[in-house]
Design a protein around this ligand. Structure first.
Ligand SMILES: Nc1ncnc2c1ncn2[C@@H]1O[C@H](COP(=O)(O)OP(=O)(O)OP(=O)(O)O)[C@@H](O)[C@H]1O
Length: 315
């Protein structure tokens, strides 16, 4: 498989000393959806800005579609489609005009452009709304048009920066279907950033968890979850406990490991979660720590994040 995107040791510190990227390295292969998952401020957008030639790293290198982003930004721009975090549509123009203008920016003209615009309107189920100004469209329709715009010139690499943020559940579901279809139908490389665990789990063939400007874990969702053996046990306490006291109590319970405390939530792993719960409840109760709810579940990406970042995923 050829590499559609490579980033090597990217570092970037913004004025004021905020270190957004701290040696981030990743590779996206042609034909795959690669998810960059992390909470707000992790460095996802900074990565996308560098890869799409909108920002320069302080150090490190990156290539997109075989072109160096620093040396040949113009070549990179011709090969990529970008769906930015905030919509780039002209709200006063119709859907069709937005698409046509975008095509012209890429040098497309005449019947070929017309055909491509019709094809995209049809594909994203926007044909009936195409003649109306975008201002009156639903959030989900506008987001679909954002994706259509990014595809007008048939790019080989697509960047989707938090494509479903702000959408209602129905809009998210539609967008997920579209992204899944894009990846399956076209042999396009898609780099998707998201702070939704379920979105990364559902869409990404491979994903990387970003924390503090670097990648802390990488693999397929199944691989990452599979590394965590046994069950995830989550105990929601009545109030944030005295940490040493809670840890001491729980350390007496056989079969619990990887104990993490985050606010009122005490999480641990167990080969047999259901068997460990009664002893955990008894141990906490005898230490005067009240438990409100208990869940035992197969490992989720949230558990993967907790394992690698040391805290729960708070998006
Ligand atoms: N132009 C800027 N000037 C100063 N600091 C910035 C700038 N852009 C981003 N940052 C900071 O750099 C860090 C990484 O931001 P970035 O936008 O890359 O993260 P993110 O993972 O995309 O988060 P979000 O989901 O909020 O976009 C954050 O602490 C952010 O506040």
């Amino acid at each position: 498989m050829s590499d559609a995107v490579t980033a090597t040791e990217l570092r970037k510190t913004y004025p004021g000393g905020v270190r957004a990227l701290d040696g981030l390295t990743l590779t996206v292969h042609a034909g795959e959806v690669f998810g960059l998952l992390g909470p707000n401020g992790a460095g996802k957008s900074s990565t996308v800005k560098i890869l799409t030639t909108l920002a320069r790293p302080d150090s490190g290198t990156a290539t997109v579609a075989g072109h160096d982003v620093l040396r040949h930004p113009d070549r990179v721009r011709r090969e990529i489609g970008v769906v930015p975090q905030r919509t780039a549509l002209d709200p006063m123009a119709t859907g069709r005009d937005n698409l046509t203008l975008q095509g012209r920016l890429f040098g497309m003209r005449g019947r070929a452009l017309h055909r491509r615009v019709d094809e995209l309107l049809d594909r994203f189920d926007l044909t009936t709304a195409a003649g109306r100004t975008v201002r009156g469209w639903s959030g989900g329709m506008q987001r679909r048009l954002d994706v259509a715009l990014a595809l007008v010139h048939k790019p080989g690499v697509l960047f989707l920066d938090e494509p479903t943020t702000g959408l209602d559940p129905e809009g998210r579901a539609e967008m997920w279907t579209e992204i899944g279809r894009l990846a399956a139908d076209e042999s396009m490389a898609i780099l998707l950033t998201t702070h939704y665990l379920d979105e990364a789990d559902r869409l990404a063939g491979r994903l990387a968890i970003v924390d503090g400007g670097t990648i802390v874990a990488e693999g397929t969702p199944a691989q990452l979850k599979g590394e965590l053996h046994g069950d995830a046990v989550h105990l929601e306490l009545h109030r944030p406990p005295d940490e040493p006291r809670a840890r001491q109590a729980i350390s007496r319970v056989a079969g619990l490991r990887d104990v993490a405390l985050d606010g009122r939530t005490l999480s641990a792993r167990a080969d047999d979660g259901a068997a460990a719960v009664p002893a955990a409840l008894a141990a906490l109760e005898s230490a005067g720590i009240g438990v409100a709810t208990v869940t035992v579940a197969r490992p989720s990406l949230d558990d993967v994040y907790l394992r690698h970042a040391g805290r729960r995923f708070a998006a």
